[in-house]
Design a protein around this ligand. Structure first.
Ligand code: ADP
Ligand code: ZN
Length: 799
């Protein structure tokens, strides 16, 4: 139909579901002494209330009914009766009064007449005619004729039976203006305009109530834009910039002159706690002074709690957080305020790069080595590379920072593509900071250095424990004797412990617990992965499959098994073995939301918990002075993942987690448990030796043809049915090989296909092909990729 031009296709944007939140506000315009007046006028009309009001306001204590009726428009007897029935007024009927005429000489009076006259005189006030007995009537009549007494006729009158305060309540009750009163009284306690929702929450008011009050000019209703602030309600304290150390100062002096232009990226290689963040903060201050904005990338928002707090403490009201867990409303408002230039600093994970920062002046990529910066869903991109490109386009500097730079980044710095800046020493954090923390943990004696002098601290010593020896000595606990003793000591001193479990790679590879043998692929030396249902070992690199051994091929021992351990088990064992432990568990299962992470952290910081057990999450970003012991339950689990970056990732996370200990004068230590104490990544991590690790790793990458020496492209396919997917993958691999042969590309390899590490996702089987080439895109671009294939150039992980 479309071809015949009978129908036409058109794309439209659907209406956005979020918009600004407009909130109505209410503000009081009168003073409390005017309340009563207002309350007597609002609410429903009531004749009875009108009467009471007249009675309250008139000077006459006993006004005539006729006067009341005249004053209050169209009032009827029934209203007066009703008020009398409530007991609020009394209706005094018309009456005839008799009183003696003063000075009358009582001669010639009959005895009865004299008696009546005496009664009247002794009463001292006019008497009601009806109150006098009937037998007196004749004598009274005679006295009247002789002008000895006078007779007055009094009209009906109204008497009030309420105090003035009761009157006000009564009028308000009659008019139904109790709600109005609540509103006025509530607003009188507030300062200025109040959000309408708050008024509704605090009173019984309805919209009508407020409209009534507004109509009479008692309050003003207004509309105001309310910002949905993801940082609202989170406590923070303002911080002032400290004096920089000489090292920090040197680095800042290099960076600041570069503001306003793109040269090459700065790479700050600074050990954990060396003051990188402080440099970022002071650089940000300069950028703000230039009237520009900053994009501050962090690998993962929930791990960035402390960083965000620090940025916000330094630059209150100027920080936006930007991440996928914002509510649509928060996102809308944050986006608008960032775009309007109201929030010049945007902190967030990779997507923060696309926040509409006005006049960006600096981009910071903290923890630049983190794989979380790579988005491997389409569109795939690496936020670090994108950040550098964005900086280039805007002609502004970009700062990358890490304690364990990506091997590829460090290589670039070595080759002069990046500007390398180094912070080799750890700063002893501020002493008052420690004082506060120690106070929370109720510790009295903390040796705090005097004066304001800054000191550096050594990185914490690392004890490597060989778990094979533990088994030989008969210790089957997940805690070695060394770690166990250290936990006891630390907890007994009232200090805190972090226990780290590398979840990556647990339960997936086969290892001999006697000799440390790990199953490798006989074809390509990648680590084989254990697949439980089939009890097979699979190479995710080349596709090799074999049966899992029951005896160790190396030492013949029978304690060869797949490795598995979770944080729950660590927690249970800990509670059993250490009665003084109050653990909290921090992993992706317990911490689904950013807020939960914050709560967990607070719990630990405040000392309610003294052990934090966790996976990668506990390794990053925490600067907690009371943590004096870090235990690594098993250092090697991630070493054997079928990924060329396995060693690098292991080294990085071990360095990071080790960096959580010993951040204060209390000192600290790290106990690192491993089955492979000689593994170079573990040796280097234990020595805090980035450079040795880097050299070893670079050599390995060179030999194996991995980045930075060769580039990779990863093609993945997910299809139904294992064999169908395999056939599809094989067909594409064949075509690619054909193309490479035909065109004679040099130095190009096609590896695979092989099932991916996580082979099955739902009902789909995933296969991958690796392409190793100086320029993978050049080879792939002309190849028409079949449906459902994904291409990732420079993948950060092959898992
Ligand atoms: P990094 O980002 O390298 O881990 P931080 O910037 O977090 O290092 O610094 C580590 C600790 O030292 C923090 O508690 C920080 O407040 C403190 N610190 C950093 N620079 C200074 C300084 N110049 N003076 C005093 N304390 C500092
Ligand atoms: Zn293999």
């Amino acid at each position: 139909l479309e071809k015949k031009a009978l129908v036409q296709r058109r794309a439209t944007l659907s209406k956005p579901r979020v918009g600004p939140r407009i909130e109505r506000t209410v503000q009081l315009l009168i003073t409390p002494d005017e309340f009563e007046d207002v309350l007597f006028q609002v609410g429903r009309a009531s004749k009875q209330a009108d009467i009471l009001r007249f009675l309250l306001e008139t000077d006459d204590p006993l006004p005539r009914v006729s006067v009341v009726k005249e004053a209050v428009n169209a009032v009827s007897d029934s209203s007066l009766k009703a008020l009398e029935k409530r007991g609020w007024i009394e209706l005094l009927p018309a009456q005839t009064l008799v009183l003696p005429v003063p000075g009358f000489a009582a001669e010639n009076l009959s005895g009865a007449e004299k008696g009546v006259l005496r009664t009247l005189q002794s009463a001292g006030h006019p008497m009601q005619l009806s109150a006098l007995p009937a037998e007196m009537q004749a004598a009274l009549e005679a006295l009247r004729e002789r002008h000895a007494v006078s007779v007055l006729t009094e009209p009906p009158r109204v008497a009030l039976r309420l105090s003035p305060a009761e009157m006000a309540d009564a009028i308000i009750a009659l008019r139904g203006s109790e709600k109005h009163r609540q509103v006025l009284e509530m607003l009188a306690l507030e300062d200025g305009a109040v959000w309408i929702g708050w008024v509704f929450a605090q009173t019984d008011a309805t919209k009508k109530t407020l409209d009534d009050l507004a109509a009479i000019g008692a309050i003003a209703q207004d509309e105001a834009r309310r910002w949905r602030d993801p940082l609202a309600g989170k406590a923070f304290t303002l911080s002032r910039p400290p004096t920089l150390t000489r090292e920090q100062h040197t680095i800042l002096k290099t960076i600041l002159p570069a503001l306003g232009k793109f040269d090459k990226p700065f790479l700050i290689h600074g050990v954990t706690g060396s003051g990188k963040t402080e440099i970022y903060l002071q650089a940000i201050a300069q950028v703000l002074r230039r009237g520009q904005g900053v994009i501050f990338l962090v690998p993962e928002i929930i791990l960035a709690t402390q960083i965000i707090e620090r940025v916000r403490a330094r630059f209150p009201e100027r920080v936006a957080v930007w991440h996928s867990a914002l509510s649509p409303g928060e996102r809308f408002d944050t986006w608008e305020r960032v775009r309007a230039g109201k929030l010049p600093i945007v902190v967030g994970p990779r997507s923060a790069l696309f926040a509409p920062v006005q006049q960006p002046g600096l981009i910071i990529v903290d923890e630049e080595h983190e794989p979380a910066y790579k988005q491997d869903r389409t569109p795939t991109f690496h936020a670090r590379e994108a950040a550098i490109e964005l900086a280039r386009l805007n002609d502004i500097p970009v700062i990358l920072g890490s304690a364990t730079p990506d091997v590829v980044s460090f290589r670039k710095a070595e080759r002069g593509e990046y500007h390398l800046l180094t912070l080799p020493n750890r700063i002893l954090a501020h002493r008052d900071h420690l004082g506060v923390q120690a106070g929370m943990l109720k510790r009295k004696s903390v040796a705090v250095p005097h004066g304001n002098q800054l000191m550096t601290l050594p990185l914490p010593p690392v004890t490597v424990v060989d778990l094979r020896e533990e088994l030989k000595a008969g210790n089957r606990s997940i805690f070695s004797r060394t770690l166990s003793a250290a936990i006891h000591e630390t907890l007994n001193r009232g200090e805190q412990v972090i226990l780290f479990l590398n979840r990556r790679g647990t339960a997936t590879f086969v290892m001999c617990r006697d000799c440390g043998y790990v199953s490798d692929c006989p074809r390509c030396d990648s680590t084989l992965t254990f697949h439980n249902p089939t009890r097979q070992l699979v190479c995710h690199h080349c596709g090799y499959r074999g049966d899992a051994p029951t005896l160790c091929p190396d030492c013949g021992g029978n304690r060869i098994r797949y490795f598995g351990l979770g944080t729950e088990r660590v927690e249970a064992t800990l509670k059993r073995e250490f009665p003084q432990a109050r653990p909290i568990r921090l992993d992706r299962d317990t911490v689904r939301k950013a807020g939960a992470h914050y709560t967990f952290l607070e719990h630990f910081i405040s000392g309610r918990a003294n052990v934090m057990i966790g996976t990668q999450m506990v390794a990053k970003g925490l600067d907690l002075p009371m943590v004096t012991l870090v235990g690594v339950i098993s250092a090697d689990t991630a070493l054997y993942l079928p990924d060329f970056r396995a060693a690098e990732r292991t080294f990085q996370v071990l360095m990071q987690v080790a960096g959580r200990a010993g951040r204060s004068p209390l000192g600290g230590r790290v106990v690192l448990q491993t089955y492979t104490p000689d593994q170079p990544a573990i040796v280097a991590a234990a020595a805090h030796d980035y450079h040795t690790f880097y050299r070893d790793e670079l050599e390995f990458r060179y030999e194996q043809g991995y980045p930075p020496f060769k580039r990779l492209a990863r093609l993945t396919f997910a299809g139904n049915g294992r064999e169908r997917s395999r056939a599809e993958a094989e067909e594409l691999a064949r075509q690619l090989r054909l193309r490479v042969d035909r065109e004679g590309f040099p130095a190009v390899e096609i590896i695979g296909p092989a099932p991916t590490y996580v082979e099955r996702v739902g009902s789909r089987y995933q296969w991958q092909i690796l392409l190793r080439a100086p320029n993978p895109a050049e080879i792939l671009r002309p190849v028409p990729l079949p449906l459902n294939w994904r291409v990732d150039i420079d993948p950060v992980s092959l898992l």
